[in-house]
Design a protein around this ligand. Sequence first.
Ligand SMILES: Cc1cc2nc3c(=O)[nH]c(=O)nc-3n(C[C@H](O)[C@H](O)[C@H](O)COP(=O)(O)OP(=O)(O)OC[C@H]3O[C@@H](n4cnc5c(N)ncnc54)[C@H](O)[C@@H]3O)c2cc1C
Length: 491
Amino acid sequence: MPAEHVDVLIVGAGLSGVGAACHLQDRCPDKTVAILEARGATGGTWDLFRYPGVRSDSDMFTLGYSFRPWTDPKAIAAGTDILDYIRATARERGVDRLVRFHHRVVEAAWDSATARWTVRAERSDTGGTVELTCSFLYCCTGYYRYDAGHTPDLPGLDRFAGRVVHPQQWPADLDHRGQRVAVVGSGATAVTIVPAMAAEAEHVTMVQRSPSWVMTLPTADPLGDLARRWLPRRLALPLIRWKNVLLATLIFQLSRRAPGLMRSRLTAAARRQLPPGYPVETHFAPRYAPWDQRLCFVPDGDLFRAISAGRASVVTDAIDTFTETGLRLASGTEVPADIVVTATGLAVLALGGMKLTVDGREVDIADTVAYKGMMLSGVPNFALALGYTNASWTLKCDLTSMYVCRLVNHLDTHGYQVCTPLPPPSGPLQPLIDLKSGYVLRSLDRLPKQGAAAPWRLYQNYPRDLLMMRHGSVADEGVRFHRVSAPAAVR
Ligand SMILES: Cc1cc2nc3c(=O)[nH]c(=O)nc-3n(C[C@H](O)[C@H](O)[C@H](O)COP(=O)(O)OP(=O)(O)OC[C@H]3O[C@@H](n4cnc5c(N)ncnc54)[C@H](O)[C@@H]3O)c2cc1C
């Protein structure tokens, strides 16, 4: 039996995989599409993470799809609402019918003679293996391991007699009411969990080795409300989206170009929201410049309010050791705890752990150069959905999906079968992600590189990418289109 063939195979049914399938249906209606999903459910991140308070930290008007705007007036949404939104989109568009669950893709092999990928997936429900072929492979696998998060070596953790939980594997039966909780970490997850648990815990202590920049975002959007009230929906929703794109761009650009100004504004804002005399410099003024690592956003200053109410506190120090009853810091301070939450980050994983080969040669992703932040040099008919790190993930993934549709249509219109990105002709290569966050630094040697200029440079700038990816040519100097002499018959 020949393997089943589809024109475009999407791997992953999270926010970006569902979006990708919708774009393909709209823009390439004649193409056959399937989605292979390792888990038994759609939603990816928003189905996996169940910790208290899980929510977006970028606004939903830009995290929502361009083709199905987020209509709730609340800009910051709970994880469950985001999951409902992804699933409702999949249902309305019939994309849920394209998903094959429990299919973990382990390998994809490109054959230049037939211009096809052969994709092998392991089935977690039957234990079997499935092979499919496709003309274009689109990886929407997110960026981290699903089976485990990152936990650094925490001295003496095994001595701790209470419960230790990682936010990625939140136990459904964990009852933190009236408990003393220590949250180890200072990133986006820690600043979300601390106020959420503080509402019911006896006390929550955030234990951080060094501080992060934390910025308050309003949950409500008064300008958006005005636009909604006075303008027709078809104008109001794109307007709100653009206002938020420009605001996020402004915050990022200000951080990069005037770090001193951003430092003083963020520190002053924290001081205003905390009790008089609070040591803001110690706990909320990092040594690094804002946006050198991801900025943490807190809706309506909930973290600062929990601290001000005495329900939560922050300690900034190295952990000397865990004890049976909590942890001891390098300064000798003891933090008593019944529950320890290791909010210590994600383990980055490129392409969902898939092995790629091109004509029998294994592709080392670290040797490739990203083209337009979505394809890899030397890897034909392949794209990956990699969102922004400084703005909503979907802004870039929407553009990437639209670009994939343009490429697929360009191949058809010109009678080509293959498009292969080329490496930049010269110039130094740089790491793909220009952030100094721990999870990024830990993974740089396993990620593609970027070049010094477009189309190999990742500007992380939506207005710029919009111009390049919606309106720029798909046949530029960075990609080669060609025909094969004996392409495999379609289906
Ligand atoms: C707690 C948390 C909060 C976040 N908040 C925001 C936010 O506010 N704003 C923002 O822009 N970003 C945020 N992010 C980043 C977030 O991951 C993206 O916004 C978005 O959800 C990613 O969607 P995705 O579909 O690309 O990836 P994922 O959501 O990770 O989905 C990937 C899917 O691919 C599947 N998959 C992976 N490998 C394979 C394989 N080999 N075979 C088959 N299937 C596979 C997975 O099972 C999963 O279903 C957050 C991330 C986390 C962890």
